[in-house]
Design a protein around this ligand. Structure first.
Ligand SMILES: Cc1cc2nc3c(=O)[nH]c(=O)nc-3n(C[C@H](O)[C@H](O)[C@H](O)COP(=O)(O)O)c2cc1C
Length: 388
């Protein structure tokens, strides 16, 4: 750990948050009773202070720069992480990898998530990212996809104890910035190796652990095992543990804090469905109440904002073409009729987009209230799969 500050647990910003954290209970927010808004609880990743304890989880294909920018504009997010990036491809200068790590002044603090099984490559990739001014590096130990696991990376690392600890140590020692690890509970229910690794990683200088409460075997099936996340929290001494999985609203976040004692949470699919979730959590934490998620018209504006960021990054033609997947989710969540969604998918130019959006605005949601949309469900792959 030479040259590195010892990671410390998240400081509390005031007595109320201290009570909330030390009791590990979720109480009807105390600040509401006392009527005194607090500052959000921050998190410490080594020397890096995260402004809130609510983090955006990496979602390959979704958590790109344009999405991160809108999430940050909406507010409340303490740290964003890129999609997973291959250390090998990064060092080879692959165009795709370069796009994945593209960032801008507003996209801060940013962590880049790398994967690979070769310690030398992971070491060099970490150094390369440090030279590019990235704030933090995250090592992927959770990806269940066969292509990644087959190469010994992702969740396969949870099956090899010594090699994995050596690899993580190598990365930690290669840079002065905070290195974190994101993992699952283990390979299967007979092998919850996450608590063991968390303890070992803290010893080699890892700054924080993010833990998705499912096993590799589980994929995305069933529910998150908060008991496993709690075991990881109990396994470490000082570093923050970030609980992850199935958090869609404030009540889910409260349950995660209460049942696991985790210090922060990270949200993936919930943020895709509701980019307001981070601000809602901060509002809840600091005032005891939170505003509703965006209305139909606010979501439409946010979607166009993201599209603007995307065309800025990729140009109009590619930007619009690659926005289809994201546009689909926005419009489905807004209950836009299939025919209008279809027209949006066929838009080729910004003028086409504007024309369809005008019709969508006039039409409003097919069901429900324009000012109070129902929660949106985002389907996910049902288990370890070859492709996402
Ligand atoms: C489409 C998709 C892509 C994902 N990509 C990544 C990734 O690149 N790196 C990673 O560590 N986890 C990835 N995950 C896992 C999520 O970060 C997160 O751990 C998981 O979805 C559970 O959290 P959630 O319920 O808040 O989404 C991905 C999940 C999905 C559904």
């Amino acid at each position: 750990m030479e040259g590195k500050e010892k990671p410390v647990r998240a400081p509390c910003n005031g007595p109320i948050s201290a009570i909330l954290r030390s009791t590990n209970q979720v109480l009807p927010c105390w600040t509401a009773f006392l009527n005194c808004p607090q500052m959000p609880v921050t998190l410490q990743y080594g020397s890096l202070t995260l402004p809130t304890r609510y983090l955006l989880s990496p979602l390959a294909g979704f958590t790109n720069l344009p999405f991160r920018r809108v999430v940050r504009e909406v507010g409340g997010v303490g740290l964003c992480t890129t999609d997973l990036v291959s250390a090998r491809a990064l060092l080879a200068g692959s165009r795709k990898s370069m796009k994945l790590i593209e960032t801008c002044a507003e996209d801060s603090p940013l962590s880049v998530q790398i994967f690979g099984s070769d310690p030398r490559m992971m070491h060099d990739a970490a150094q390369y990212l440090q030279e590019r001014g990235i704030a933090s590096i995250d090592i992927n130990m959770g990806c269940p996809v066969q292509k990644i696991v087959g190469g010994g990376a992702g969740s396969a690392m949870m099956c090899r104890r010594d090699e994995t600890i050596d690899l993580v140590k190598t990365v930690v020692e290669s840079v002065s910035l905070p290195v974190t690890v994101k993992m699952r509970l283990g390979w299967d229910d007979e092998n919850w190796t996450a608590p063991f690794f968390a303890r070992e990683f803290e010893q080699v200088g890892v700054a924080a652990i993010a833990i998705h409460g499912r096993t590799r075997e589980q994929g995305f099936r069933g529910s998150v095992k908060r008991e496993g996340i709690r075991q990881v929290v109990e396994a470490v001494e000082n570093i923050p543990v970030i609980g992850n999985g199935d958090i869609l609203n404030v009540a889910d976040a409260q349950r995660m804090f209460a049942e696991t004692g985790c210090h922060g949470i990270s949200i993936g699919r919930g943020a895709l469905a509701n980019p307001w979730i981070f601000q809602q959590l901060v509002d809840w934490e600091t005032t005891g109440t939170c505003r509703p998620s965006g209305t139909f018209d606010e979501r439409l504006r946010l979607m166009l904002r993201q599209l603007d960021f995307q065309t800025l990054q990729l140009g109009e033609d590619l930007g619009i073409r690659l926005f289809r997947k994201m546009g689909h989710w926005y419009l489905k969540g807004m209950r836009v009729p299939a025919s209008l969604r279809h027209d949006f998918q066929n838009a080729r130019t910004r003028d086409d987009v504007n024309e369809v959006v005008e019709r969508i605005t006039q039409h409003g949601p097919q069901t429900g209230d324009r000012n109070a949309l129902p929660d949106m469900h985002i389907p996910v792959p049902s288990g370890p799969v070859d492709k996402w």
